[in-house]
Design a protein around this ligand. Structure first.
Ligand code: FAD
Length: 291
């Protein structure tokens, strides 16, 4: 358990950014990672609570969907705006993040800030072309999520606060999505997860995003697979072919959850199931999680 020497509860972003500029301080949102994960035990002495900053919102405005840093996994899983976006892939990712107790506290922004390759929501957010809005002493900057993660538990965030995540909605009516998580139990971190978005015109795929989690140092967008999907018929045969590309491209590790070889094999399974969902070909019983 983290030993905390001081607790700060700012009410403005300027105050929060100034507090976080000091060494030994870190943001706390739900605390579900920060308070229990051993990697924070060294170096973190003071916490800066972000829950009084007024960031507990999800709203649609000017063609974007904004998710404030205070929004919990439970809220993200339940909101209609997210359930209706690309077959609800982000809502589905949030709905399988830990147990109900965890989802009541854990935030979407905390899941991104932790930058763990096995996290459940980055693949869906990447497949939706999300961006991260950061605030710090140098002001505000917007980073495409595609260039946010740089390694396990490492991102370009530095000391900045994630104020919100935003998803472009232009053309999203035509976007179909799929998400599939494979874990040891229903409440465990993923051994592998996969998210896909497709646009399909006259039976042929005109746009594809395919992102896998827990198979590389960062959530992995499999560009070779995306290229192989475009122009092809949205069929089982195409998806099986693409799954072989994914199997070649992933760079998993062996840890206490799974061996690298097992992860490589199930990355193909998760890929096919996410793509089938996106194409409307999923069969009952292979909805969105396997434990
Ligand atoms: C039992 C258990 C099960 C879990 N299961 C899953 C799972 O199935 N899938 C999964 O993906 N994760 C899982 N997790 C991990 C964790 O719940 C998630 O990563 C969660 O989304 C973290 O959010 P939080 O608000 O609790 O973050 P916190 O714990 O408060 O913070 C985590 C990190 O993010 C930083 N941070 C938080 N908010 C911000 C912000 N707005 N700006 C800048 N930095 C910020 C903190 O400084 C800290 O470094 C599990 C954890 C536990 C304890």
């Amino acid at each position: 358990m983290l030993k905390i020497a001081a607790y700060h509860s700012p009410t403005t972003l300027i105050e929060a950014a100034a507090l976080l500029a000091e060494d030994g301080r870190t943001a706390i949102a739900g605390g579900t990672d920060l308070l229990v994960n051993p990697r924070y035990m060294v170096g973190v002495r003071e916490v800066v609570d972000i829950r009084r900053l007024g960031l507990n919102y999800i709203r649609v405005e000017n063609g974007w969907l904004y998710i404030g840093a205070g929004a919990t996994m439970r809220t993200v899983a339940q909101r209609v705006e997210l359930q209706g976006l690309a077959n609800g892939i982000l809502a589905r990712g949030a709905a399988v993040c830990g147990s109900p107790n965890i989802r009541n506290m854990a935030t979407l922004a905390g899941n991104i800030a932790s930058a763990l390759p096995s996290a459940d929501t980055p693949p869906a957010l990447l497949a939706l072309d999300a961006e991260v809005v950061l605030v710090g002493m140098r002001g505000e900057r917007v980073v495409p999520l595609d260039s946010f993660f740089v390694g396990p538990a490492k991102s370009v965030r530095e000391r900045d606060l994630i104020r919100e995540l935003r998803i472009p909605l232009a053309g999203s009516n035509a976007l179909r999505g799929g998400f599939y998580k494979i874990g040891r139990t229903a409440e465990d971190i993923s051994m592998v997860n996969a998210a896909a978005t497709l646009k399909i015109q006259d039976g042929k795929i005109s746009m594809a995003r395919l992102v896998l989690g827990a198979v590389a140092p960062v959530p992995l967008r499999v560009s070779r697979a995306e290229e192989a999907l475009v122009g092809q018929a949205a069929t089982e045969e195409t998806f099986q072919r693409v799954a072989e590309i994914v199997r070649d491209e992933v760079r998993p590790i062996t840890d206490h959850r799974a061996t690298a070889e097992y992860r490589r094999r199930i990355s193909a399974v998760a890929t096919v199931r996410a793509l089938r969902q996106a194409a409307g070909l999923a069969t009952p019983g292979e909805e969105w999680q396997h434990a």
